[in-house]
Design a protein. Structure first.
Length: 237
């Protein structure tokens, strides 16, 4: 199976990456929860979601209900916690872009936290599909920007959101071979007809049994992916 997966990876014209524990070495929402003094309760729900024990929307709603962050708290967290990229991801994204492969970040995290990651990797923010925190009472004049939920229209706000997002991208841009790279159960969902043609499990940060067993190709480093991309001929413009 890995040989077939490598062949598909070698000709992918679009690649979608999960962010937490894949592009980055941490789980952004857990780190934000730690900043708020609520890490343990939130991390337990993250583990349930990534292991496939509960639906994503259940875990997302539960975590946010525990956190209920203000806009001011989010801005303070972002200022103190720049993205922590996984080793080799910058080189991999650069190699893909050099071969004119479209690169997307598909995350169950939040745009306010993923956009800085995209900026570091020179990925257009338009290529980020994630959830978005909503706030009421614009900060200033004594207001901190109270938490007001999240955008429920986002693909990744619900279970099955990642494959739905990939299907949308394939339909809109007519990609012939789309690859998904990620570490969790929600990433694994993306391998289905009309969505990801190949799923590459990444275990450089977390090794999850369901992903190890069901990936088309499982890696613990981005190096083998970079080697294959580097050997590709440049795509025609």
């Amino acid at each position: 199976m890995a040989a077939e997966a490598k062949a598909l990876w070698a000709k992918a014209d679009a690649v979608c990456f999960d962010v937490d524990s894949t592009v980055c070495v941490d789980e952004g929402i857990d780190e934000f929860a730690a900043h708020l003094g609520k890490k343990e309760a939130v991390a337990a729900w993250t583990a349930k979601a990534m292991g496939g024990g509960v639906t994503f929307e259940e875990a997302l709603a539960a975590r946010l209900d525990i956190m209920r962050p203000t806009y001011s708290e989010l801005q303070e967290f972002l200022a103190k916690n720049p993205p922590k990229l996984s080793p080799g991801i910058k080189e991999l994204v650069s190699a893909l872009q050099a071969k004119n492969v479209a690169v997307y970040l598909i995350s169950g995290g939040f745009t306010q936290m993923v956009h800085p990651v995209a900026d570091l990797l020179s990925i257009p923010r338009a290529n980020v599909h994630a959830n978005t925190f909503l706030f009421k009472n614009v900060p200033g004049k004594g207001n901190v920007g109270d938490y007001d939920g999240f955008d429920t229209k986002a693909f990744t706000s619900r279970s099955g959101g990642k494959p739905a997002c990939l299907k949308h991208l394939k339909e809109q841009y007519k990609y012939k071979t789309l690859a998904m790279v990620g570490d969790g159960a929600t990433d694994l969902e993306a391998k289905q007809p009309g969505a990801a043609d190949v799923f590459i499990g990444y275990g450089g940060v977390q090794k999850r049994d369901v992903v190890v067993k069901n990936s088309d190709w499982f890696v613990t480093s981005f190096a083998p992916l970079i080697d294959i991309v580097a050997a590709r001929p440049a795509a025609k413009l």
